[in-house]
Ligand binder design. Structure first.
Ligand code: 2BA
Length: 112
């Protein structure tokens, strides 16, 4: 048996948990905080049989792969925000998603 520990973006959590549960995986969700950015992320733990590991990892990969997303940035007018200039918006590409995954060997699995 293996234990998957996957640190994922909060935005991906809902879909990922649903998908894992639909495929019969047990999942525990923890609200966590990244040490570098000090921003919220989600850590999922899931105990899986050895032969199910690839299926679980491919679901995580499918939902959480890092991808480019277009968002809108707003530029302040020349002269600063207090001037009578016009705020303009423009599209920017940002990278979202991605997962950090650890796969651990499970020595014992008990429910008491
Ligand atoms: P990632 O490397 O994709 O890591 C995303 C989150 O995964 C991390 O959030 C942390 O919560 C967890 N994580 C990553 N590696 C880990 C490990 N070896 N053990 C335990 N947990 C781990 P943050 O710490 O807030 O980092 C967010 C992003 O900032 C990282 O994305 C990476 O792109 C960047 N980053 C992290 N540390 C950095 C550093 N020392 N210098 C430059 N960039 C860094």
């Amino acid at each position: 048996m293996k234990m998957i520990v996957a640190i994922v973006q909060d935005d991906d959590t809902g879909v990922l948990v649903s998908e894992l549960m639909e495929h019969g995986f047990g999942v525990t969700k923890l609200a966590t905080t990244g040490g570098f950015l000090r921003a919220g992320n989600t850590t999922l733990i899931s105990g899986v049989q050895d032969e199910q590991l690839d299926e679980a990892l491919s679901i995580i990969r499918k939902i959480c792969s890092s991808r480019e997303q277009v968002t809108t940035a707003v530029a302040s007018p020349l002269g600063g925000a207090g001037s009578n200039g016009v705020f303009t918006s423009y599209p920017v590409n940002v990278t979202v998603g991605g997962a950090t995954i650890f796969v651990l060997e499970v020595n014992q699995f008990l429910k008491v």
